[in-house]
Design a binder for this molecule. Structure first.
Ligand SMILES: [Zn+2]
Length: 524
């Protein structure tokens, strides 16, 4: 079983970038209206369309005509707001890059070997005097270096493709200048050329120097756009955050106008997003295996959303609310990072595609395949036939709430404003899974049915779809099982399983039957 799982991990699935765009808020700017919000960062911010760094707060006013940032109109379609690094961070990053350059990374040795082999070929062909050719050789090697570098860091903050494009266009001109200078300086056509042809050490030193200079120039010029992980490693203890609505966010923000709406989107590394989501959606103090199972479900849900988005023109992948997954930005619960790191890129697939990995707090023992209206053909991996018994002993399994007639009337009036004088309320129909299909409300002048879904959305203290309604004194008692929609992974059940020594692989295979694990990778 274990071996099979490991094998599945080698099956990979590509997406275009390891970053996610989360919709944080949407502001209406219909005719004559204006919307206003504030963004800030302790270290200051850079705004596309405004040249200088801005310290303090950004006041953003969106009207139906334009967007004003601290009073300055900005015309870009996508306005990018990124936190600037503090001097402390910049120092750390320089240290990191210096260290990185000093360390003999495997790919550099490898590329150096390629470079030497290319060079040998040119020497043998006696074409070395043509420095244009040397330039081509070097450029090929540098491009290979850049690609290997990007692969080695795994998490580019910008898409891999654009990073390579930036790197290559910059390198072309940088390399030309650098080579011209080096060759002029060192008089390559004369004595050095002879030395280079004869002496392997001088040759390697020469290439090493050129390569180092190009890389150093590239890294120092573009370190702000370098893959997120490089920056992340340098600043992981004190990330640069953007503040919005009392929450802190890593990554960058986009302000985007779409018709009469202005969207605020947070773009960040998938792992940072998951670290945040597992905190809001899960139970941070729980055993690691439960959190790992939840992270994989969260990642799978996200990947599925990313693929859906790619089929549309929607500028974001996922929303930050319970509608998709609750995302509240940066938190300091470092222990959860282990759950993200140790399951990196793993997601759940059915027939080679990410599943819609639904989860709830407690399933209440309901068997999902029996739920009416659920399409088991469309989502076979949610059609579990075995009941979950692992949440049964947990406090959350049972719930009870008493309502007076007046309270019930007030709640139902949100949907039926004229409702009054309730005579009786009871469950009229259950489905095969035991979920409430319809509730009958009898008043002095009418009888009406309210769907189970509607009841769930109206009554915030009705925690699930599985309950009974009984008369008690002048009011009613709602008594039920479970917390949530009864589909997919049951969080409290997972906890029970871990207490019985289950691991996250086994948990996920129970809740999502007939699925396999796959590995996320970048498409190139
Ligand atoms: Zn359960």
């Amino acid at each position: 079983m274990k071996l099979l799982f490991k094998l599945f991990l080698f099956v990979s699935f590509s997406i275009q970038a390891f970053d996610v765009r989360v919709l944080l808020d949407q502001f209406s700017v219909a005719d004559g209206q204006k919307s206003e919000f504030v963004l800030s960062s302790e270290s200051g911010v850079f705004v596309s369309g405004i040249e200088n760094k801005i310290n303090g707060k950004l006041s953003i006013i969106c009207t139906d005509k334009n967007i004003l940032i601290n009073g300055v109109p900005v015309d870009n379609e996508w306005i990018q707001v990124s936190p600037s690094l503090s001097t402390h961070h910049e120092k750390k990053i320089h240290e990191f890059i210096a260290h990185w350059l000093k360390t003999e990374h495997a790919f550099r040795k490898e590329e150096m070997l390629k470079l030497t082999n290319f060079y040998e070929k040119f020497v043998n062909d006696r074409n070395f005097r043509d420095y244009e050719q040397l330039y081509t050789v070097l450029q090929t090697c540098i491009n290979l270096c850049i690609s290997s570098f990007i692969e080695s860091v795994e998490h580019p903050v910008m898409s891999c493709k654009s990073l390579v494009e930036v790197a290559q266009s910059q390198l072309t001109s940088q390399l030309k200048n650098l080579l011209t200078n080096t060759i002029n300086e060192k008089n390559v056509s004369g004595s050095l050329l002879k030395q280079l042809q004869k002496n392997e050490k001088i040759r390697i030193d020469f290439f090493d120097k050129v390569l180092d200079q190009v890389l150093l120039q590239f890294l120092t010029t573009y370190f702000l756009q370098l893959p997120h992980k490089v920056i992340y490693q340098a600043i992981k203890e004190h990330p640069c955050c953007l503040h919005f609505n009392k929450n802190k966010y890593v990554g960058i923000f986009y302000i985007l106008r779409q018709g009469n709406e202005v969207l605020l989107i947070n773009s960040l590394d998938i792992d940072d997003y998951l670290l945040s989501v597992v905190f809001s959606e899960g139970w941070p103090g729980w055993p690691m295996e439960v959190n790992k199972a939840l992270v994989i479900a969260n990642r799978t849900y996200l990947v599925e959303k990313i693929l859906q988005t790619n089929k549309t023109k929607r500028p974001y992948h996922i929303v930050n609310t319970i509608k998709h997954q609750t995302y509240k930005g940066h938190h300091k619960f470092i222990a959860l990072k282990k759950a993200v790191d140790e399951t990196r890129n793993v997601f759940i697939a059915y027939q080679g595609k990410p599943i819609v990995a639904m989860f709830d707090s407690c399933c209440g023992g309901v068997i999902p395949s029996k739920i009416e209206g659920f399409d088991g053909k469309k989502h076979p991996y949610l059609a579990r036939v075995k009941p979950c018994t692992y949440c049964k002993k947990k406090w959350i399994y049972n719930w009870k709430k008493e309502f007076s007639k007046l309270e019930i009337t007030e709640i139902l009036r949100k949907d039926h404003p004229h409702l009054h004088n309730i005579k009786d309320i009871k469950v009229a129909e259950y489905d095969n899974a035991g979920l409430v299909k319809r509730v009958l409300v009898v008043t002095s002048h009418e009888k009406m049915y309210i769907s189970g879904k509607k009841m769930y959305s109206l009554f915030s203290s009705v925690k699930s779809f599985c309950y009974s309604i009984k008369k008690k004194g002048k009011g009613y008692v709602f008594q039920g099982r479970g917390f949530g929609h009864h589909m997919g992974l049951c969080q409290w059940g997972s906890l029970g399983m871990v207490e019985d020594n289950w691991n996250y692989e086994k948990i996920l295979q129970f809740y999502y039957p007939n699925t396999e694990f796959m590995q996320l990778s970048l498409s190139r």
